[in-house]
Design a protein around this ligand. Structure first.
Ligand SMILES: [Zn+2]
Length: 147
């Protein structure tokens, strides 16, 4: 991967830096430690759609693994994953001067997914104004207030 390319959260495919439990940090005892892929809408593989949305976690015991899986499920946001896929597509050379609709098509998103991605971005405290490729993002229309 070229050094200038980065995804929102390039965590997919790599083991955690620390091999301790994701809940308590303990390594776990032999026969009790477990590892699993959990859902993570921020995990975008730099190259392959097939590896999006998953993150490897380790736990010291079945109870802490259950906690990690439940937390991961609760944190899942389809809009976040679609926004990450839009970001990845925006970095391709062929998308340099592309319209948002062209990037959407290259990211294999339909119009509803694009809307959800833009809404997810707009709802963030530090919403991105451009994609990583430099393309300008429309902000979600602000509902009319009062009057
Ligand atoms: Zn633990």
């Amino acid at each position: 991967m070229p050094a200038h390319i980065s995804s929102p959260a390039p965590r997919t495919g790599s083991l955690p830096e620390r091999a301790g439990c994701g809940v308590c940090g303990e390594p776990g005892t032999a026969g009790n430690a477990q590892g699993a892929l959990v859902a993570d809408s921020s995990a975008i593989d730099p190259y392959d759609f097939a590896f999006d949305g998953r993150r490897y976690v380790v736990a010291c015991c079945p109870e802490h693994m259950r906690t990690l899986v439940e937390e991961a499920r609760a944190a899942w946001s389809a809009g976040e994953q679609w926004f990450g896929q839009l970001c990845r597509a925006s970095l391709l050379n062929a998308m340099r001067d592309a319209s948002l609709d062209e990037i959407r098509a290259h990211a294999r998103l339909d119009d509803a997914a694009l809307r959800a991605a833009l809404e997810w971005n707009s709802a963030r405290k530090a919403a991105a104004l451009t994609l990583p490729g430099g393309q300008i993002l429309p902000m979600r229309p602000v509902p009319a207030s009062g009057c």
